[in-house]
Design a protein around this ligand. Structure first.
Ligand SMILES: [Zn+2]
Length: 453
């Protein structure tokens, strides 16, 4: 059996419901069960996933075009994507482009782990593929880099020298995996990740514990993942407070464009193959064997293998296909047209916002400064704050939080909000949505830098 690349696929035969019910018993009896109370695991309760799915469908119906108009168009871009050119992914370009199209993503910015065999810039994926624009880049030395020429000779020069080398080509540099480098101060960066899917996942201690237990994965996670694939993926999502604190500090010194890191690999999953003789082999999503189970010792597995010939895949679960990663979060770019030059320009100027698209399509979201008969888009530096007004609008009603230098200074509810700039500072907006009983972050704008006149 072949695992589908764009759909979570779980084969649990008729025993699924019984196994699911029994799995809670397994969980209750397992020694680590007290630890399984993390945020994500709680969100994996079927009743909560059902409520979230209903709320998402309702929001889709309530969307209305944003009234404030902009001369720039809104394009979805995913940044921090690995393919088979990275050691920890087997993703093909076709698979990635197909996922991008299905998720409404127009730009894919690759970040391969460099190796000695290839040059990510020369050999990487680039140009138009089936309506999707591909841009090569790398994840290395704690940075995401998108040079405009090969920087192979600078790859081991250390972060600052590498960043300088990328900048010398006219390229872009972003701080990556900020959780590991809260004290870093590099000069001349384009910006920083303000959300990273992998980092968000890493703090879900309870969920990780559950995922590393093949039985829990098979019997508890797999059934809900089959029914609510996007909801299960999104269960890991938290407000990235640490990342934002670091970003606010960086922006206080100089403009830094905030981006979302999808950190997409398509390498999390499990495949169980019946070997005959009452043995089941488990392999991870990259095909590496992670052990064997003895059916005689785990009676819950017996119905899965009954009557199966050796070699049969009795269950496969695919937790992070590109499609779900791309639907989860993206960086929206505000551009006059879709081209590599325009993408680079939007990222350099901070004409971008981060959105958790899985909740609702934010396309059209606007945050701008207005005054003296003109407007300034996100990312702008505005001199003189007399009578300057900040305006924000979204296609859904939500809670708008205006922040100045990282501190909330106003909170408003509705489809739009505005603020008379009270003092010079770095201003950004967050939009939160109510999803059933949960209040979740939806949109993170880039700042407008309001300077004294
Ligand atoms: Zn990565």
């Amino acid at each position: 059996m072949k695992t589908s690349t764009h759909k979570l696929r779980v084969k649990l035969e008729t025993t699924r419901l019984i196994a699911f019910a029994l799995s809670f018993l397994v969980l209750l009896l397992s020694p680590g069960s007290r630890c399984l109370s993390g945020n994500a695991l709680d969100r994996l309760r079927p009743d909560r996933l059902e409520a979230v799915e209903k709320a998402v469908a309702a929001m889709q119906r309530n969307r209305q075009p944003v009234r404030l108009k902009s001369s720039l168009k809104d394009y979805r871009c995913v940044i921090h994507v690995h393919s088979f050119l990275s050691h920890d992914s087997r993703g093909t370009v076709d698979e990635i482009v197909q996922a991008a199209r299905a998720a409404g993503v127009r730009v894919v910015m690759f970040t391969e782990h460099p190796d000695s065999e290839t040059d990510f810039f020369v050999d990487g994926h680039r140009g138009w593929r089936n309506g999707v624009l591909l841009i090569p880049g790398a994840e290395t030395s704690g940075l995401l880099i998108f040079p405009k020429a090969s920087v192979r000779r600078s790859l081991s020069a250390g972060p600052q020298k590498l960043a300088d080398a990328v900048r010398a080509t006219g390229g872009l540099t972003f701080l990556s995996h900020v959780e590991k480098r809260m004290d870093w101060e590099l000069k001349g960066l384009t910006g920083t990740e303000i959300y990273n899917t992998h980092a968000d996942f890493k703090d879900e201690v309870g969920l990780i514990k559950a995922l590393t237990n093949p039985l829990t994965l098979l019997l508890q996670i797999a059934p809900v993942a089959e029914r609510y694939p996007q909801g299960v993926f999104a269960a890991l999502q938290d407000y990235p407070a640490d990342y934002l604190r670091k970003w606010d500090k960086l922006c206080a010194k100089s403009p830094h464009t905030g981006i979302a890191a999808n950190d997409a690999h398509h390498n999390q999953g499990l495949r169980a193959t019946y070997l005959g003789d009452g043995r089941v082999r488990l392999a991870d999503a990259l095909g590496e064997s992670i052990g064997e189970l003895d059916v005689a010792k785990i009676p819950l597995l017996a119905p899965l293998v009954r009557g199966k010939p050796p070699g049969d895949v009795v269950m496969a679960i695919d937790l992070d296909p590109y499609l779900y990663s791309f639907r989860h979060v993206s960086t929206h770019l505000l551009m006059p047209e879709l081209s590599e030059a325009a993408v680079r320009e939007a990222l350099r100027k901070g004409r971008a916002y981060v959105a958790f698209d899985w909740m609702a399509d934010p396309t059209g979201f606007l945050f701008q400064a207005r005054g003296r008969g003109r407007t300034w888009p996100m990312g702008s530096e505005v001199r003189g704050i007399d009578g300057l007004i900040l305006q924000a609008a979204a296609p859904l009603a939500g809670q708008f939080r205006f922040l100045c230098n990282g501190q909330e200074i106003s909170r408003q509810t509705g489809r739009s909000a505005k603020l008379l700039v009270p003092k010079p500072g770095v201003y950004r907006v967050e939009v939160w949505l109510q999803l059933g009983s949960q209040r979740r972050i939806w949109i993170l704008s880039n700042p407008i830098y309001c300077r004294a006149g």
